[in-house]
Design a protein around this ligand. Sequence first.
Ligand code: BTN
Length: 265
Amino acid sequence: MHNTSPQAETLTPLNPIWRVQRFESLDSTNRYILDQARLGAKEGLVVIADEQVKGRGRMQRSWSSPKGKSFSASVLFDSERTLFDAQILVKVVSLAMCWTLDKLYSLDAGIKWPNDLEVRGKKIAGVLAEVAGRNDKTQVVVGIGVNLGQNEEELSVLGRPATSVFLERPDLESVPALALLDDFLARISSLLETARSAGGTVMILSHYRDRCTTLGQSVVARLPSGETVEGMAIDLGNDGELIISAGHERHIVNAGDVENLNVWP
Ligand code: BTN
C-alpha cells in the first residue's frame, strides 16, 4: 500500500484485475467513478471511501455512510448492452456481497428484488447502478453500501426497517470495512466470469433466485413513474425483470421498489 495523492490511497487487492483506490471521505464513490469513466478510466477501477457525505441511493434517495461504520464501494464495468448489463451487474454485485456476508459473518442475507440485501426482513445493504456513456463506449458503475457498525438509534432515522452487521453479530469486536474487500472482489471476479460465459446469465439468475426473498410473495411494486402494481411475484424474466401476476394479467417490472406484503418486518 502507498499514497498516490493527498486524498487517495492505492490498495493492492489479491486479484490484479482490480485497481482499488481508498478515500477517507468522498461525496459519493459512484459520482467519483462516473467522473473518472468520463475521463477514460478502464474497467476494474474500484473506489472505496471511509465515509460518504452525499451518498446516493436508488430512486433519487440519499444513502447514509457514516465514518468507520459503513462499507461504501463502487466498481467500474465495461458494458455492451447497457440496460441488460446493468440489470445483470447489479445482481452480480448483490450476490457477491450476500456470499461475503455469509462467509465472513454467517449472515444469511436475502435479496429483495431488485437489489436490497436484507437480514430477517431488515435492510443491511443497497446497490445502485449508474451508466457512464461516452461517444465510443458505455460503462456501468455499480456501487454498494453496507451497514456495518450502526446501532439501532442511528438506523432508525432511515425510515425503514434496517440492520447492520454489528446488530446481527454483537459478539464481534469490530467490523472493519477493509475486511470485506478482498472476499467481495474475489466473488465479483468469479461471478463476472460466469456472467460473461456462454449461458452465464442463466446461471447468475439461478443463483439470484436462490437468494431472492421476493419470489412467491404478494407484493406491491412502485414504478419510477409513480404507478403501482400489486400481485404475486412469480418469477424473473430472462434479463432479471420481476414478473408479477395479478388476476389474469402478467406485469413485467424492469425497475422500481417492491414491498413484500406478507413478510413480517
Ligand atoms: C439503495 O439501496 O438505495 C442503494 C444504495 C447504494 C449506496 C452505495 S454506497 C457506494 C455507492 N456510492 C453512492 O453514492 N451510492 C452507492
